[in-house]
Every structure is written in structure tokens, then in C-alpha cells.
Design a protein around this ligand. Structure first.
Ligand code: 5HY
Length: 234
């Protein structure tokens, strides 16, 4: 099967790491196409960036379904940017990495914490936790790391994420951790070994969920709000 993994920000080095993480868990026979739109924000840090990233994300999905025949799509941004619009547009199923990671963490223990990048992303993620029915069992906390600091090994970003995980376990009562940025995709295993709690990365969790949906022949329902867009002048 062919799976599209879209990083909705325009930073190609992040897309490459996301793609490597996705390929690392994909089943034999799954082809991962990891892409980012050519324009749009270089990182998504809050509501304004989210809005600007959506048009490029939607055109990438439309093009890869039409030209390459991808059977499912992962939105590789923890804000689940454009998820509803993507589900309306796409023929195949679409999974956002926040929803995938939260659903996965909910299977691993009681409370969990999300360790994301900057404090400015926390309100949007709180809204997603409520939307996904997870608000009662999770805490969202920021590591104080700008998204693009994750691209620079000398930035100290990983140390801050590690410290965030330790505080989540001690102060939030977290039994497992969700990494709150696609740019953290390659850190999950190392941080789980170091901290002794399960650490869920949304990119890899979403790849396994989308593979499952495609294998089961399940697609987004078009019976309601995710009906295909009507033809009109836009
Ligand atoms: C992400 N931003 O996963 C989010 C994380 C955040 O560019 N990729 C981004 O900070 O909201």
C-alpha cells in the first residue's frame, strides 16, 4: 500500500526525519511518501501558522491521491492541522498524529502527559484533548523548545524534552508520555529507555493506525460532515 505522510510545515529536514521514522515502522509492502508543501510556514507554532499551513497541506493530499494513488494519509503535525478539511477532501482515510498518539497512550495506562514545544501551542492542544475525549486523563505541558530547535543537535532541545518528561511523571502523575511535535519522532525509543515510561510518538503511531484502516478497507464516512467538497468557485 502507498501511504502519504504530509509535514504541513515547509522545513525539508524535518520532513526527512519524519519520513525515516515512518519508514522505520511501516510493514513490508507499505510505501511511505513523506512530503511537505513547497511554501507556507517553516514551523507551526500556534493558530496563525496553523491557518497558513492548511492550503498547502490540502493541495499535497489532492495531488498525491490523484497522481500517485496513495491509499491513506497521515498529517504529521501535532496540532492536527486541517484534519477535518483533509477528511472531507481525501478519498482514503486520514489520521492526525495528535489523535493517533492520544488514542495509543490511552491504551497504555491511566493518565498521560503531552510534552510539546512552546507554551503558545498548549491551548490548541488542550482543545484537541477535549475534542478527542482525553481531557480528563491528560496534561499538556511545554518543554520550552521552538520547533526548529529540534533540527539543531546543539540546541539542547532533547535535554529540555527529557526534563519535561521527568517533570510530567513526577508532577502530573503521568504513566505514559506523548511527544507533542512531529519533529520529535526519532526520540521516542531513546526517551522511553531513559525514563522508564512508555513514550508515544504520533508519526509512528499514525502510520500503524493508517495501515490498519487501509488493510481493513475502511475509509472516512462521507455520510455527514466529511462529505466531499461541493463544486464551486473558490
Ligand atoms: C508540529 N509544529 O508537530 C507542531 C508542534 C507544535 O511545525 N510540527 C510543527 O509546536 O505545535
Amino acid at each position: 500500500m502507498r501511504i502519504l505522510v504530509v509535514n504541513p510545515n515547509s522545513t525539508a529536514s524535518m520532513t526527512a526525519r519524519i519520513g525515516a521514522a515512518a519508514k522505520g515502522v511501516a510493514a513490508p509492502g507499505t510505501e511511505i511518501l513523506a512530503v511537505n508543501p513547497p511554501g507556507g510556514p517553516e514551523s507551526i507554532e500556534g493558530y496563525y501558522d496553523e491557518a497558513l499551513a492548511v492550503p498547502g497541506l490540502l493541495s499535497a493530499i489532492e495531488r498525491h491521491e490523484r497522481e500517485i494513488g496513495v491509499q491513506g494519509t497521515v498529517i504529521a503535525c501535532f496540532d492536527d492541522v486541517g484534519l477535518d478539511a483533509a477528511r472531507s477532501l481525501a478519498t482514503g482515510p486520514v489520521v492526525g498524529i495528535c489523535e493517533a498518539a492520544m488514542q495509543t497512550a490511552s491504551l497504555l495506562g491511566g493518565r498521560f502527559s503531552v510534552v510539546t514545544t512552546l507554551a503558545r501551542s498548549v491551548p490548541a492542544l488542550d482543545q484537541l484533548a477535549r475534542r478527542y475525549g482525553m481531557a480528563g486523563r491528560c496534561t499538556i505541558r511545554a518543554a520550552g523548545v521552538p520547533v526548529l530547535a529540534l533540527e539543531d543537535p546543539a540546541s539542547g532541545a532533547v535535554d529540555r524534552v527529557r526534563a519535561g518528561i521527568r517533570r510530567a511523571v513526577e508532577e502530573d502523575g503521568a504513566e505514559s508520555i506523548v511527544l507533542g511535535c512531529a519533529g520529535m519522532a526519532d526520540l521516542a525509543r531513546m526517551l522511553a529507555e531513559e525514563t522508564g515510561v512508555p513514550v508515544v510518538d504520533g508519526v509512528t503511531a499514525a502510520v500503524k493506525l493508517i495501515e490498519g484502516l487501509v488493510t481493513l478497507g475502511l475509509r472516512t464516512s462521507k455520510a455527514g460532515g466529511y462529505a466531499a467538497p461541493l463544486p464551486k468557485v473558490r
